[in-house]
Design a protein around this ligand. Structure first.
Ligand SMILES: [Cu+2]
Length: 204
């Protein structure tokens, strides 16, 4: 009887330990899984645009962002309303990052979470973190002409050998030989100009 009770409590303790060990990584995976299922629809750029994401260029008009020696990000489609709301939600990234493949076609690669530093620091004691990772800080002035901001890249759709949450991906390059990337971007900016024209001069 005593022995059985002892055995019972040992079993319970072992189960508790196993439970604790397996719970931590399972939780992380579940979060990433939720992020993937919330953003899978954005493999289709048209769907991303329907959800308010728009092509983002830097202050010089450069769309494909890379950093010689570090790698690249790709082309960002961003939602200014989410950047300005001072909040972070793993399932609602502020930006979607599309990397050009070998032929220059844009393929969803990463999600980027962005919050302005002043907005975040004004409401929180600690700098932001998401999915267990601390954000990078970009000071002002910067190439995007933004006030200082926190950002976190999550390479959930394309492997990044530098790390899933690294800013630059050594495998991403904007210098794609014979690419249709610029044609694609020109087409997007043409579409945007057309849409703006239509808003200015509604067809009667
Ligand atoms: Cu980026």
């Amino acid at each position: 009887m005593r022995r059985r009770r002892l055995l019972g409590s040992v079993t319970a303790a072992v189960l508790l330990v196993i439970g604790t060990i397996s719970a931590a990584p399972a939780h992380g995976r579940a979060d990433l899984g939720a992020v993937r299922s919330a953003t899978a629809k954005f493999h289709n750029l048209a769907v991303a645009e329907q959800h308010g994401y728009a092509l983002l260029t830097d202050a010089k008009g450069i769309a494909c962002i890379d950093m010689p020696g570090m790698g690249g990000m790709g082309v960002h489609w961003a939602r200014p309303d989410l950047v300005a709301d001072g909040r972070l939600d793993a399932r609602r990234p502020e930006a979607l990052v599309y990397a050009p493949d070998g032929a220059g076609t844009l393929v969803l690669a990463a999600l980027e979470y962005v919050v302005l530093q002043a907005d975040w620091d004004g409401a929180h004691r600690r700098p932001p973190s998401l999915l267990g990772h601390a954000f990078d800080v970009t000071a002002a002035p910067n190439r995007f002409g933004l006030p200082a901001y926190y950002s976190l890249h999550a390479w959930v759709w394309q492997h990044n050998p530098a790390g899933r949450f690294a800013m630059w991906n050594p495998r991403v390059t904007c210098a794609v030989a014979g690419s249709n990337l610029q044609d694609m971007l020109d087409l997007y900016s043409l579409k945007r100009q057309l849409a703006a024209l239509r808003r200015e001069q509604p067809i009667r």
